[in-house]
Design a protein around this ligand. Sequence first.
Ligand code: IMP
Length: 427
Amino acid sequence: MSTLAVVGAQWGDEGKGKVVDVLAAEADLVARFAGGNNAGHTLVVDGVKIVTHLVPSGCTYPGTRCLLGAGMVIDPEVFAEEIAQLRTHGLLAGDELRVSLDAHVIFEFHRELDALREDASTAQTIGTTRRGIGPAYEAKAARRGIRIRDLLRPDRLRERLEHNKRALEPEFARFGSERSVSVDALCEAAARWVEWIGPMTCDAGAEVLEFIGAGKSVLFEGAQGALLDVDHGTYPYVTSSSTIAGGVCTGLGIGPTLIDGVWGITKAYTTRVGAGPFPTKLDGERGDQIRAAGGEYGATTGRPRDCGWLDLPALRLAARRNGLTGLVVTKLDVLAQLPAIEICTRYQDDLDPGRDGFDDAVPVYEPVAGWGGPNWGEQVSNARSLEQLPAGVRAYLDLVSDYVEVPVTLVSVGPGREQTIRLTAAF
Ligand code: IMP
């Protein structure tokens, strides 16, 4: 196997950053294919916590090529800051970064529109990250988006900014905002961005093909999770991009036959941030307990995440939508701290989330037999092989794997790279 896609199998925040960081040690190219700086990937390297939002998690390995694909939306201001921050850690010292010419640009007017909409008290508030992600993807679908390649052509850029100005100023006015789009100022900003982004630009599909052709290993790094996918998630409470494995092809410009394997990441429990259905959400003390144990606060916005038990029907749907060949289970050490746990094995009335959606899903829980023991949390976080896990924890992994019909390929028992149990080779 020379390519592997790693995607979120829940509502994001499954621990993709750490997992990709571990797997990227063996990759020559790490390519992101969707989303933007709504993502927040937390990496812990030599005890230092680093959060990336745009740069692929392969950035911790000098010389590993990091590619931002065409399916992404890129805020150049945020990108510049992130590169500067990574450089203070001694990373990205070479020419590791490449950016697709076809990726779309997030401008300040996208960010502002996102925030205005979220602040308006309409039924459609999504609880977005307010980073301008939705408005940038909307512009793309409306065919007035501005791509990285447009930044390189000042005349075209000006024309397209004028087009956006005409489309967006009335929209700002509808929210009572007098915001105007200053085309001159944005053209000036773009001229500055081009100086450093220009040398990184590439044809993302060609870049991936070149690595594969040379027999190198390529990791496709997902952002968000399957249930936030614009087509297959809990619509309309979703992000605006294709977060599932299918997005690898459209987001990078390669064919599906080039994806050798797809690993889906799930926490040992479930979290969600933002609005929308979350059948296994636990209100009150039990949810608080998981949040505290797992440090469940958004890496991008700092918002507290809602927490609940593992939702197997939702996970099975994610496995099918992604064609998962492997399952990665993270934060097992957090779940192990709880004295007793439950798991959702079906929804009432045999509701099928693929067919019926999630709006009316009422979870049916089963207690997990044989769970809980003194020092389990510590024991699990110190385990480096399956055998070192308590038998009850191994049984839980088997239960999940059997239900979704996907083998467990990797288990994460803590934030550090070494707190990883590898069961199957990635490449
Ligand atoms: P947007 O992507 O900022 O438009 O937000 C749309 C929805 O996706 C909101 O519910 C966000 O909370 C959620 N979301 C976006 N990115 C992430 C992520 O990386 N982790 C978890 N939720 C996310």
